[in-house]
Design a protein around this ligand. Structure first.
Ligand code: FES
Length: 77
């Protein structure tokens, strides 16, 4: 599934950038070789980044990848 249509960034590509250390949508764009154009994808990227940061802060959480937690974050929002 595409997160950013303008840059053809898939969910997997964005997750990889976040797991590699991107903490803002602009850092995700940079890591993926894209750039912010229309900005429609930014709220979803921010949600993905926040979900990853929640994971990092929970030492007892059994979920360790964004693919595992993404459906739960989507359910909660
Ligand atoms: S959808 Fe990502 S910049 Fe347009």
């Amino acid at each position: 599934m595409y997160v950013c249509i303008c840059n053809a960034l898939t969910e997997k590509m964005v997750n990889r950038a976040i797991e590699a250390g991107a903490e803002t949508p602009d850092q995700v764009f940079k890591a993926c070789g894209g750039e912010r154009t229309c900005g429609r994808c930014v709220p979803q990227m921010e949600q993905m980044i926040a979900g990853f940061q929640v994971l990092q802060g929970c030492g007892t959480c059994p979920f360790r990848t964004l693919e595992e937690v993404a459906p739960r974050v989507a359910e909660a929002s």
